[in-house]
Every structure is written in C-alpha cells, then in structure tokens.
Design a protein around this ligand. Structure first.
Ligand SMILES: C[S@@+](CC[C@H](N)C(=O)[O-])C[C@H]1O[C@@H](n2cnc3c(N)ncnc32)[C@H](O)[C@@H]1O
Length: 283
C-alpha cells in the first residue's frame, strides 16, 4: 500500500500531457474575473528534484520535459507550459519539476480557492511546507476520492477537479468512475480532468469508454486526448502512454490539442508507432 512515489516519474511524457492540459484549463478559468476552486484529489509532493536519486533512477523526465525544456521552436501552448516549468526552476537549467499543486500555485489568483489531498504522509508534509501560507488554500492528509463529493458544488459555482491517482490499487479504476459520477450529480458543470494510464490491462483499456458513459449528461460533453510514446517491454508490460479525459472541456481545448499533439508525437515518441488520439463529444 502506498509504495507509489511520483518522484520516480516526475516530468515524464505522461506528466507533460497532464500538465499541458491542466495549464490550458486553468488559463481558461482565469479568463473570467470570477474566482474559481481547484480540487486536486491526488496531489503528490508539489515539486520534485530531478537530480535526486528517485528521478535519476530511471531518468523518465529525460524522455518528457527533458526533450522540450531547451527548445525554442515549440508551439505556443507548449511554450507556455515550459515557461512555467522554467519559472519553477528560477529561470535556470532544468533541476526541478513542478507537480500539479505547483502549476496551480503559479496560475491561481489570490482569491481562487485551492484544496489538495494527499494520502502519503511524507509527500503531504512536503506539500504543506511548499504551499505554506498561500491564501485560500487547504492541504489535507486524506483520501481525495472520499472527500471529493462533499466539496461539490464549490462556493463560487466555478470549479475544476483534477483526479490523478497512481492506479496502484485496481480499485482506483472503479473509484475514479464513482468520483466522476458523484461530482457531476452534485455539480453538473464541474470541469473534471482525469489522468488515465495506457497499459495492456483490461481496466486501463476500458476506462476511457467507461468515463464517457459516466460523463453522459455533462452540459459541455467530454474530450479525450491520448498520447502513445512507448512500446511494451519484452514481457508485454510498461506504460505505453496516457490519456487525459476532460468532462465539460473549455471552449477551444480541442483545437489547441489538435495543434500540439502531432508535435508531441514527433518529439516524445520513442518508436515508429508513436501516435495520438483526440476525440470529443459535445453534449
Ligand atoms: C500520480 S501521483 C500525483 C501527481 C500529481 N497530481 C501531479 O500531477 O504532480 C498520485 C498521488 O496520489 C497519492 N494517493 C494515492 N491514493 C490516494 C487517495 N486515495 N487520496 C489521496 N491521495 C492518494 C499518492 O501517494 C501519490 O502521491
């Protein structure tokens, strides 16, 4: 239980897709003056050293942010995402990678509300120290799945939810679906972002379709973006890629991703069959 530490994976291709989409959604939310809430149900430590022994063990970031950080020919949405990573590094070379709470910290305005849940006590302590006394922020050592429905609807009636489990336990797949259904039952216009691993398991392969069923009735429909960068290992295992499933996607997200995903396939792909899928259903 809770053997997963995101520090091993920080900045890998899956984080690039996840945080690119998160940044796009938070930029969209900030286009209106009215404050909004962000709930991050599986927050991690907030930031990760890429020079530490965890990140160095497999060097996953080298196949992700490492391939983008120093390029000057990125499409605009990637320039924006990389600029935030650069800001997290104090403008210098790539030594640290921001987790989702750090992107939130860079993009939320003072009156936007941030609630982050983390179950691992070590990561929660680091996260609490990192967010410090940011206004309108609560760091909770606890189960984000369980707490989420009680937070709906958010006080401002504008809300984004990021559900980013480790899928360390098979039950995470079912809990994601329950969380999405319960969130939408209480607050139909929530923008819900779910990260989905692309593995050769039935649970992983079926999750996007099941999420589509759970999102039926969302007033602005759903969007599914998948980026496949790697081949399975000799035993047929390994992370092939990942998806972001977005319920009630902001206007323009499809077009933005349509413009960026081919570049990511070309830049982050590790085999000839690297590819992307982008599908959307308006309500
Ligand atoms: C993939 S990581 C999160 C990464 C983070 N969202 C980011 O983008 O930087 C998943 C995290 O969820 C934590 N976790 C696992 N089960 C949880 C639960 N039920 N509630 C809250 N946190 C949980 C793990 O300890 C881990 O730190």
């Amino acid at each position: 239980m809770l053997a997963y530490r995101h520090a091993f994976h920080a900045g890998n291709p899956a984080d690039v897709l996840k945080h690119l989409v998160l940044v796009q959604v938070l930029r969209h939310m900030a286009a209106k003056d009215k404050p909004y809430s962000l709930i991050d149900t599986h927050a991690g430590a907030g930031g990760y050293s890429l020079e530490g022994r965890y990140a160095q063990k497999k060097g996953e970031f080298e196949a992700g942010i490492g391939r983008l950080y120093d390029r000057d020919d990125l499409p605009a949405p990637l320039t924006d995402y990389v600029a935030l990573v650069r800001e997290f590094n104090g403008g210098g070379s790539l030594e640290q990678y921001p987790g989702s709470p750090a992107f939130a910290n860079l993009l939320l305005r003072a009156d936007d509300r941030l609630r982050v849940y983390e179950l691992h006590p070590t990561d929660e302590r680091i996260l609490r120290a990192f967010l410090g006394d940011r206004p309108n922020t609560e760091v909770i050592l606890g189960d984000g799945f369980e707490a989420l429905p009680r937070q709906m609807p958010p006080p401002s009636r504008r809300g984004v939810v990021l559900i980013d489990p480790s899928y360390e336990m098979k039950s995470d797949y079912a809990r994601v679906l329950t969380a999405v259904r319960e969130t939408l039952a209480r607050f139909a216009s929530a923008v819900v972002l779910v990260w989905v691993p692309q593995l050769r398991t039935l649970e992983s392969q079926q999750l996007p379709q099941r999420l589509q069923n759970s999102a039926k009735g969302a007033p602005r429909g759903w969007l599914h973006a998948r980026l496949t960068t790697a081949e399975p290992d000799a035993r047929g295992y390994g992370l092939l890629g990942s998806s972001m499933f977005v319920v009630n996607p902001p206007h323009g997200l499809h077009e933005t991703l349509q413009g960026v995903l081919p570049f990511l396939v070309e830049t982050l792909g590790q085999f000839d069959g690297a590819n992307f899928l982008l599908e959307q259903q308006a309500a």
